[in-house]
Write a protein that binds this ligand. Structure first.
Ligand SMILES: [Zn+2]
Length: 495
């Protein structure tokens, strides 16, 4: 196969052919969560997007070092330089140590990632674990004249930076825009200009998290950790940096300025951003009551959800949209995705057991199958277009079904083509899109409970206790469990 991977680079606003800086190695960074509450669905979409990028690059044979950080300090409530530290605020609220908050929500985040089949990164560094590196970076920026210290805080001097460099190129903002989006300086602000941003923040005397620095006790600015940790683990310049759309400005714009200000090098070659989520066409927000957590989606325990959805069906649903398009959640769309996913999952299972039987190969059939195997790579190579790759998986599934049902002889293709079809389908479904999750836990408990429920169902039917048997059936349907009565007894399966 001779195909090129193209990536839409936010920086240049065009699709570019991907080349690694030091092949076969690829350095990739994606901004992780601020662990002060449960990870929300929007975050999860971002993590799923970059998980898929990571999986595909690995599939192509690259040795990817994937860094995804945990923000456990320095992220203030206004996402800039004002307000309280989000972790501290939560710690005061829950009457816990900041590190207890961090541990609690880091654990919860990892749990959601596992449920969702999001691969752990190669390195998951924390801001508080890299205070030294951050202080060093502030020093380098100060030495190069792109920052200034006032009253124990250090700010990045955006105006000075703009004399030689382009600030705003990633988000497409100019100075006038910057003046508009950054609020008026309050009388107490130490900044020279409203669009300057904090590298180091002097903390109040009663702060729960603070560190010694050459400028006194304080904490690092939020943008700094990603620059410092990206540089430490991936080098001064690396291949891919990802995050949600909302991080383009100020977070990623500031990252570029910090790295160029400290080390004089553009830090990232390909900037990738994944788009937002909406619910029934409106923005997801807590105040509208349409914001649900991943765990609620899997339990069905939210007023807006008609039922529980399996994690893999939700992952599939997310991947059915291209990562740069908005993704709209609705029960109708989720249920449609659920059906589609079940079809592909069945094909995946059959394929594992399907055996080739030689017959009379038909040239047109052979050609069609090989074209599908080529086509799916063309789609994914077009800026990770998982939506179109999945459409090809459905075409493959149709083909495979016709072999299974005897509509077509499996021998109408040669063995090499069959092996290629099987491998391509399996690689995409399982390894690249991450849709086949090994059931590693709780099977015995689930099986035991299901046997008990099916026994109770049989007893109630034998006794003609219809209300009970109906109740069991309805509940199982709600949980997406399908029960089949056959000659050899009753069997069940999920979805
Ligand atoms: Zn970041």
């Amino acid at each position: 196969m001779d195909q090129e991977l193209k990536i839409y680079n936010t920086l240049t606003r065009q699709k570019e052919v991907f080349t690694a800086l030091h092949p076969p190695y690829v350095g990739m960074y994606s901004c992780g969560p601020t662990v002060y509450n449960e990870v929300h669905l929007g975050n999860l979409r971002t993590f799923t997007t970059f998980d898929t990028v990571y999986r595909y690059l690995t599939h192509l044979g690259f040795k990817v070092r994937y860094v995804r950080n945990i923000t456990d300090a320095g992220h203030l409530t206004d996402d800039a330089d004002e307000g309280e530290d989000k972790i501290e605020k939560r710690a005061r609220l829950e009457k816990l140590e900041p590190m207890e908050i961090v541990q609690k929500y880091t654990n919860s985040f990892h749990e959601v990632c596992t449920i969702f089949n999001v691969t752990p990164p190669s390195i998951e560094p924390t801001a508080t674990g890299h205070i030294v590196e951050q202080i060093q970076m502030v020093k380098r920026i100060l030495e190069n004249g792109y920052a200034y210290e006032v009253n124990g805080s250090v700010y990045f001097d955006v105006k000075k930076f703009m004399e030689k460099h382009d600030y705003g190129k990633l988000s497409g903002r100019n100075v006038d825009d910057l003046l508009e989006v950054t609020r008026e300086l309050s009388g107490t602000s130490d900044k020279k200009n409203s669009f300057d941003f904090a590298l180091w923040i002097k903390t109040p005397a009663d702060a729960l998290q603070k560190w010694e620095s050459p400028w006194g006790e304080g904490c690092p600015g939020w943008h700094l950790e990603c620059s410092a940790m990206g540089t430490k683990y991936l080098g001064k310049q690396f291949d891919i940096h990802g995050g949600g759309f909302d991080l383009k400005f100020p977070h990623h714009e500031c990252e570029i300025a910090q790295s160029v200000g400290a080390d004089g090098i553009e830090p990232v070659r390909y900037w990738m951003h994944s788009n937002m989520l909406t619910v029934n066409g409106t923005k997801m927000s807590k105040s509208l009551g349409n914001s649900f957590l991943p765990k609620e989606l899997f339990s069905g325990n939210h007023p807006m959800l008609e039922k529980a959805y399996s994690p893999m069906a939700v992952r599939f649903f997310m991947l059915q949209s291209h990562y740069r398009s908005t993704l709209d959640f609705s029960n109708v769309a989720l249920q449609a995705a659920e059906k589609g996913f079940a079809r592909l999952l069945n094909t995946y299972k059959w394929l594992a057991e399907m055996e080739y039987k030689a017959g009379t190969a038909v040239a047109a059939e052979v050609k069609e199958v090989n074209q599908l195997c080529e086509e799916i790579y063309t789609r994914i190579n077009d800026d990770f277009n998982t939506a179109e790759a999945i459409a090809v998986l459905f075409d493959m599934s149709k083909k495979i079904n016709s072999y299974k049902e005897g509509v077509l002889e499996i021998g109408s293709i040669d063995e090499a083509s069959f092996i290629r079809l099987k491998k391509t389908f399996t690689d995409f479904f399982s390894d690249i899109l991450g849709l086949a999750k090994e059931e590693s836990h709780d099977n015995s408990v689930t099986d035991g409970l299901m046997n008990l429920i099916l026994e109770l169902r049989k007893e109630s039917r034998d006794k003609k206790d219809w209300p009970t048997s109906d109740k069991i059936r309805e509940t199982l349907t709600k949980l997406n469990i399908q029960v089949k009565d056959g000659k050899e007894g009753t069997s069940w399966n999920l979805g």
